[in-house]
Design a protein around this ligand. Sequence first.
Ligand SMILES: *Cc1c(COP(=O)(O)O)cnc(C)c1O
Length: 341
Amino acid sequence: MFDLRKIVRTNIKNLKPYSSARDEYFGEAKIYLDANENPEGTVNRYPDPYQRKLKAALSNLKRVAEEQIFIGNGSDEAIDLLFRVFCKPGEDQAMTFSPSYGMYSVSAAINDVELITVPLNEQFNIVKEAIEPILKRPQLKLIFICSPNNPTGNIVPISLIEEILQSFQGILVIDEAYIDFSATESLLSLINSYPNLVILQTLSKAYGAAGIRIGMAYAQKEIIELLNRVKPPYNVSSINQDRALDVIKNQLGFKENLTNIILEKERLFKALSDACKIENVFPSEANFLLVKCKGEASELYHQLLKSGIVVRNRSNVIPNALRITVGSKTENDELIKIMNQ
Ligand SMILES: *Cc1c(COP(=O)(O)O)cnc(C)c1O
């Protein structure tokens, strides 16, 4: 049976978190003389350390309890905090897959945690037999699965995820940064059934708000409480909290934009499949397309750069592959034009 107390680092379990002025009093008062703030100005007050308004809106939208939500300075902050809460530097291990999102290995290295990187197969799927013996290791505390995966664009089947959740004694993190672009449903509702599941989402992609650095971690309240303990008290600025509320409330704009991007992706998929410089376009449930070039990927990469278009060269992880974000109609037209030259 999964036991959260067994896998939390002892120093975090025993931590007495910093108590800010806004932790000790969070009601509505007439006069605030408790936080050494300046009485003048427009952003003179410290922000709500627990982002309550934002969580209320997310709770309503996502149908999860407010105490099941953590908000970070981007989901990258949540990734770092998960290492800090669960992995003892120099001792514990984490696992992820290759190719996948680069932040998992950077965050592991910063925290001095050994990251086991299991290669995906030719179809970019997880090989169950390859991970089974690793799952049994007592030092393995964290697993990162990105679904839809960056940069391959495919979804990890729910059956495999549930199998891991049932047998693994550590924390399974599903990074759903691209889930809104996918026809597959989010696994968010599973957090109520599994005490070892963390779901990451973000406002950086489908919500079009990468600049305000808002990432969410959803899990049962015991895990959320641990993340809150370790985070910097005021990790999300009041300006960003306000903007995030506006972004979330504009569901009509969100859906319209999402439909556009998905239509543009389908158009781009066809155009790139026909382009003479491209050998193959992989199907994608995200807002990018992974393409295999006919010749050297770096050649095409530099050709595009000369025309002012930057894409991501992924040929170090997948031979001759470029990852291309779906842009606006005019941006995509320009890309297609150059691809056909
Ligand atoms: C873009 C991306 C994120 C988003 O990170 P933020 O810090 O929230 O901007 C998270 N995970 C993956 C796999 C991504 O590609």
